[in-house]
Design a protein around this ligand. Structure first.
Ligand SMILES: [Zn+2]
Length: 256
C-alpha cells in the first residue's frame, strides 16, 4: 500500500494530485504514522515525507503526505506565522497570484483577509490577467503572493513593477523563484526554446530563465526594498530537519 501511495504521488501530475487530495488525507495518517517529521501547515506529524522532483531536482523526504506541501511552502508558512501580521492583523487586502492549492482553502477561510486570487488562466483563480499589465487600481493591496511565476514570464521587471504599483506603501510581497545559488547572475538565453533544452538549462520545460544569487536585485530594480529571511539563521538544525526545510533557502520579503 505504501508503495502504491508513493508511486501515485510521484507519477501523477500535481494538479490531479491536488484534486485527489481527500484520498491522501484519509490514508496518510495511518500509513505514515510517526513523529520524525512535522508539517507546520497541516500541523501533523509523520514517520516521513515522500520524495519529490524530476531527475534534475530530486529530493528525498520532502512532500507532506497529508496536504502535499513542499519545503518552500513550509518555509513561507513559518515566516507568515512567526514573523508577520498575516494571521493577526485586523484586515488585510491580499492578492494571491498563481495561488498554491495547499494555501488556497486556508487563506479563503481567514476572516481577516480580503482575499483575491488571480492567474493567467487557472480555473481556480477569481480573476484572469496578464501579469505584465494587471487590470487593478494602484495602492490597493497590503500583501501580494506570486510564487514560482517570474521564471516563466517575458519581462520579470515589468511584472514586478505592476505588483509594486497595485501594492499600498508599506505593503509586502513574497515572490519566490527557483534559484540556483551556484550562479552569481541569472542565466537567460532566448535561443533556448525547445522543451528539452529548457528543462536541461532552466530546470523545467516551461522556464525561460534560471535565477541566480542576483535575484533580489531584480526586485530592487522594480522599486522594492528586499529583506531576507534566512532559513539557517532562523532555525536550529534539528528544527530544519523536523520540518524538512531546505537549509540554504532564502525567503525574500519585498517591501514597498
Ligand atoms: Zn502537511
Amino acid at each position: 500500500m505504501k508503495k502504491i501511495y508513493k508511486y501515485l504521488l510521484n507519477t501523477l501530475p500535481r494538479p490531479l494530485l491536488i484534486r485527489l487530495s481527500y484520498v491522501f488525507k484519509l490514508f496518510a495518517p495511518i500509513l505514515f504514522r510517526g513523529n520524525k517529521v512535522e508539517c507546520p501547515v497541516c500541523e501533523k506529524s509523520f514517520s516521513k515525507f515522500l520524495s519529490y522532483g524530476s531527475d534534475v531536482a530530486h529530493r528525498e523526504n520532502v512532500l507532506c503526505t497529508y496536504d502535499l506541501t513542499l519545503e518552500r511552502h513550509r518555509l513561507m508558512w513559518l515566516y507568515l506565522k512567526n514573523e508577520s501580521n498575516f494571521f493577526t492583523a485586523e484586515k488585510l487586502n491580499v492578492l494571491h497570484i498563481a495561488p498554491e492549492q495547499c494555501f488556497l482553502h486556508i487563506f479563503k477561510k481567514q476572516n481577516n483577509l480580503n482575499y483575491l486570487t488571480g492567474d493567467l488562466e487557472s480555473p481556480i483563480a477569481d480573476i484572469h490577467f496578464d501579469l505584465h499589465k494587471i487590470p487593478l487600481e494602484e495602492n490597493r493591496f497590503d500583501v501580494v503572493f506570486c510564487n514560482h511565476v517570474m521564471e516563466h514570464v517575458d519581462d520579470p521587471i515589468q511584472c514586478m513593477k505592476e505588483i509594486y504599483r497595485v501594492m499600498k506603501p508599506g505593503g509586502w510581497a513574497i515572490m519566490q523563484v527557483p534559484q540556483d545559488m551556484s550562479r552569481a547572475t541569472t542565466y537567460e538565453d532566448s535561443s533556448i526554446t525547445s522543451s528539452a533544452d529548457r528543462e536541461k538549462h532552466f530546470w523545467q520545460k516551461d522556464h525561460v530563465r534560471l535565477f541566480g544569487r542576483d535575484y533580489p536585485q531584480w526586485m530592487e530594480k522594480a522599486g522594492f526594498k528586499v529583506d531576507i529571511y534566512d532559513t539557517e539563521q532562523k532555525f536550529e538544525p534539528a528544527v530544519i530537519e523536523k520540518y524538512r526545510l531546505m537549509k540554504d533557502e532564502l525567503l525574500y520579503i519585498a517591501k514597498k
